[in-house]
Each structure stands twice: as structure tokens, then as C-alpha cells.
Design a protein around this ligand. Structure first.
Ligand SMILES: *Cc1c(COP(=O)(O)O)cnc(C)c1O
Length: 446
């Protein structure tokens, strides 16, 4: 289906034309500020989220024995990927100075994607609020009681609903069902079959739409409104989700300290975050800029067919502009990023926080998928590979950004943190399918 673009938009914002032509672009945010500040959110909320997660650790260890080792904390490691850096330099014919570090959210426990941060946190917080409101729990209790039969039947009275391209539904379904909730997941057409199957096996109700993410969210929201016992997890507006994602930054700081990674004027940090509606990357970016300050440079990555956040920030229109408005169809193999309209809440906050956005082509995602398998033995889902193109975009098209921020002579000491957002739950057959596609892309490009 082709969409008729609104031509007046191109006159007003000329760079939209490049996006409309599926070009890969690096857009620099001139509104970025050294000292960040927002009235829409606070670090107090992040601290509260962190404390809530701590209270739940006793329960999580029982519900998910894989969390025993981490003492009930849902966290991922950071990892050097020197071979990937070399492979990308060669494949894309560009020098990439600095150290490549992968943030391994693809391997987050419980649901294998960045949604195991925000999504699971909002389910836990909702459960806590319900239990406290009904006098069944206090914050001083040992939350291990939540694993008992009594709490299971208590939560069974309630429903949690969500609209998703896949991974958010997966996280909320797994966590919600484990606690005893009824869970209804409204899935967009790009959601992968295996995610729906897995959710149904866990006992969640999956409603499929022959439409994109925005429609699935809207339908979910509308249905949930009619049921007072139902809590809708609103991926487009939720501050709880945002807070859960932001906790990552506090923990990252500790990981950097432990591994002697410095962030200061002489050692800039670049963070590359795959972006869908914006909540995940937005929350992480918020926390990182608040904690690491001006020497943290954040870039959001989007597929050429779905650059909703790039458009929203570039025009300042946020959720008042969609990729369909410039004739794009929002069809991408990067299913977690197949979002046509960005979150207004996140976009507004990010106006002064992010350094910019860039777009990548699906075929590049598959190229990266094959390279990572070959040189690092690393599997990430296609969406998660969007982050790998950050350093390439920055070194090829970001010269003016580097000059403006006095970074040119500091790149050898830079850290490139590539946020791997999903992949460990992808079944073997699906991985093979992705690999076959990657090989096909490689052949076409030879
Ligand atoms: C959801 C998702 C993202 C982006 O998160 P948003 O909150 O939608 O912006 C990135 N990568 C993967 C794998 C995801 O599932």
C-alpha cells in the first residue's frame, strides 16, 4: 500500500525528503543541552523504581530460579566486541576509533529483551499497588509471599492488557501470568508467530490485528477502558515503563566503575539505542544523561521505513506526525521498531537530551546479523542490530557534530556503547531463517 505524502511538509522540513526516499540519514539535534532538565520526570521516580525492584527480588528468585545468581535482579552484562568493530570497519570501509562495548539486553533474564526492564517493572508495580490497596501487603513484608497460592488467586481477579509489536507483550505476558493475572495482549501484524504461540502457552489471551502497532495499542486501550478490573500498560504514555527502563543507567554506572570505563571530557561516551515508540531508549537515555552528564552522547536508531522518532524530534511535531505522512509504509523486518508514530511524552523529554537520530536499512541489519554471528558468535534479533550502525553513521556523517562538541581528537579514547535490545528468546528455527536471509543479502551485495 502506497501512502500519498503531504508535500507541504517537505517545504517546511527539507530533510524529511531524505527520509521519504528511504535514505540512511544522521540527524543532529541542535536543541541538545549540556545540562539536562525536564519538568515531566524526575530521578526520584527512578530511585523509587529501583527500590520497588529490590523489594520484589525475594519473590523473583522464587518465581524465576534463573535469577538466583543475581539475587533477584533483572540485569544484563556489558561485553567487549572488538572483532565486530574490525568487521564493521572492513565491511563499511570506515575507521571506527574507540572501544566497542555491547550492552547485553538481548540476554536479559525472563524475556530476553529490553522490555524485561520497563514491562516487567510496570507489572510488578501494579501488583504491589493492588496488594497494598487491598491491605494484603506492606512494603516492609517479605515479598516471597507473592509466590503463594493466596496471592495467585488474588491477582486472578484482575486483568492486565497491552498493545505490542511482540517483545513488550512477551514480557508482560510472562510476568503477569506468573503472578496470576489475566493477561490480554493486542498484537500488531508484524509480531512474530513464535511470540504469540509462547504467550498462549503461558495462558495469555492474544488478540491479533491485521494492522500496525498504533492500531493494536488503540484497540487495547479502548477495550481496557470498559473494564474497571483491567490495567492497560500504555506503551505510548506510561511513566512507569519509562522509570523501569531508566533504572538501567544507575546500574550501568556501577558496571562502568567495576570495569574501569571512564566517562569525562577526554573519554566521551556514545550510546546507540534502537528506537520504536521511544519508551525503552528514552528511559535509558534519560537516566544516562542525568547520571553521566554532558559527555554522554546519545543517538536513537530507526529503520528507514519507520523513522517516527527522528521525524517527531526533527519537526517538533512528535505524535502529530506519522511515517505515513511522508509516504512510508512502516514495513520492516525489525519488528520491535515497526512504529509509525512516536510517543509524545518521550519525544518532549528527549528534545534536550539526545544528540541525534539515524536510520538504517533492513539489509544492513541482516548484514550485521551475519557478521556478528561469524566474528563474535553472537545472535541478536534484527531490531537489535540497529545500534551497530551508530559508530558508522557518526564517523561517516557526523563530522559537524564531532567538531561542534570538540570531540574530533578524543575519539580514540571514546566508548561506543551499543545497546543490544533483543534476541536470546528467538527459537532456533527462527534464527536459522534470519541467517538464511542474511546470507541472501550478502550474496546480492557481492
Ligand atoms: C521494543 C524494542 C525496541 C525499542 O523500544 P521502544 O520502547 O519501542 O522504543 C528496540 N529493540 C527491541 C528488540 C524491542 O523489542
Amino acid at each position: 500500500m502506497e501512502n500519498e505524502p503531504k508535500h507541504e511538509l517537505f517545504n517546511q522540513y527539507p530533510r524529511l525528503e531524505e527520509l521519504a526516499n528511504h535514505e540512511t540519514v544522521l540527524w543532529e539535534n541542535t536543541k541538545r543541552e549540556k545540562k539536562v532538565q525536564t519538568n515531566h520526570f524526575s530521578m526520584g521516580e527512578v530511585k523509587e523504581a529501583e527500590e520497588t525492584l529490590k523489594r520484589f527480588s525475594a519473590y523473583l528468585k522464587i518465581a524465576f530460579p534463573e535469577l538466583l545468581e543475581s539475587k533477584g535482579l533483572i540485569e544484563s552484562s556489558i561485553q567487549d566486541i572488538p572483532f565486530m568493530k574490525k568487521a564493521l570497519e572492513k565491511e563499511f570501509d570506515v575507521l571506527l576509533p574507540g572501544q566497542f562495548i555491547l550492552k547485553c539486553d538481548h540476554a536479559l533474564p525472563i524475556s530476553g529483551s529490553i522490555k524485561a526492564r520497563g514491562g516487567i517493572f510496570e507489572v510488578l508495580r501494579h501488583a504491589e499497588r493492588l496488594a497494598i490497596a487491598k491491605g494484603k501487603l506492606t512494603k516492609e513484608d517479605n515479598y516471597a509471599v507473592l509466590a503463594t497460592e493466596e496471592f495467585q488467586s488474588f491477582f486472578q481477579q484482575y486483568t492486565i492488557a497491552v498493545g505490542s509489536t511482540g517483545n513488550l507483550g512477551l514480557s508482560i505476558g510472562i510476568m503477569g501470568k506468573k503472578l496470576g493475572f489475566n493477561v490480554v495482549v493486542h498484537m500488531s501484524s508484524d509480531a512474530k508467530e513464535w511470540k504469540k504461540t509462547l504467550l498462549r502457552e503461558k495462558g495469555a489471551t492474544v488478540i491479533e490485528y491485521d494492522a500496525d502497532y498504533s492500531v493494536a495499542v488503540e484497540q487495547g486501550r479502548r477495550e481496557a477502558e470498559q473494564d474497571p478490573m483491567c490495567h492497560f500498560i500504555d506503551d505510548e504514555n506510561s511513566k512507569d515503563l519509562f522509570a523501569g527502563y531508566a533504572v538501567a543507567a544507575k546500574r550501568l554506572k556501577a558496571q562502568f566503575e567495576k570495569t574501569n570505563i571512564t566517562v569525562d571530557k577526554a573519554h566521551p561516551l556514545f550510546v546507540y539505542l534502537p528506537c520504536g515508540v521511544g519508551g525503552g531508549p528514552g528511559g535509558v537515555a534519560y537516566g544516562i544523561r542525568e547520571i553521566f552528564g554532558e559527555h554522554a552522547h546519545i543517538f536513537f536508531a530507526e529503520p528507514v521505513a519507520s523513522p517516527c522518532m527522528t521525524m517527531g524530534l526533527m519537526t517538533g511535531l512528535h505524535d502529530e506526525i506519522s511515517v505515513e505522512d511522508i509516504g512510508l509504509n512502516n514495513k520492516t523486518e525489525a519488528d520491535g521498531l515497526a512504529v509509525g508514530r512516536a510517543s509524545k511524552f518521550v519525544g518532549k523529554v528527549m528534545e534536550t537530551y539526545v544528540s541525534g537520530c539515524y536510520t538504517v536499512k533492513d539489509e544492513e541489519l541482516f548484514k550485521s546479523l551475519a557478521l556478528a554471528m561469524e566474528v563474535e558468535g553472537l545472535f541478536l534479533e534484527p531490531s537489535a542490530h540497529a545500534g551497530m550502525f551508530g559508530p558508522i553513521q557518526l564517523m561517516k556523517n557526523g563530522q559537524s557534530y564531532l567538531e561542534k562538541h570538540d570531540l574530533v581528537d578524543k575519539m580514540e579514547q571514546a566508548t561506543h556503547l551499543i545497546w543490544a535490545t533483543g534476541g536470546s528468546m528467538v527459537p532456533v528455527e527462527m534464527r536459522e531463517e534470519y541467517m538464511a536471509k542474511a546470507m541472501q543479502v550478502a550474496k546480492i551485495n557481492q
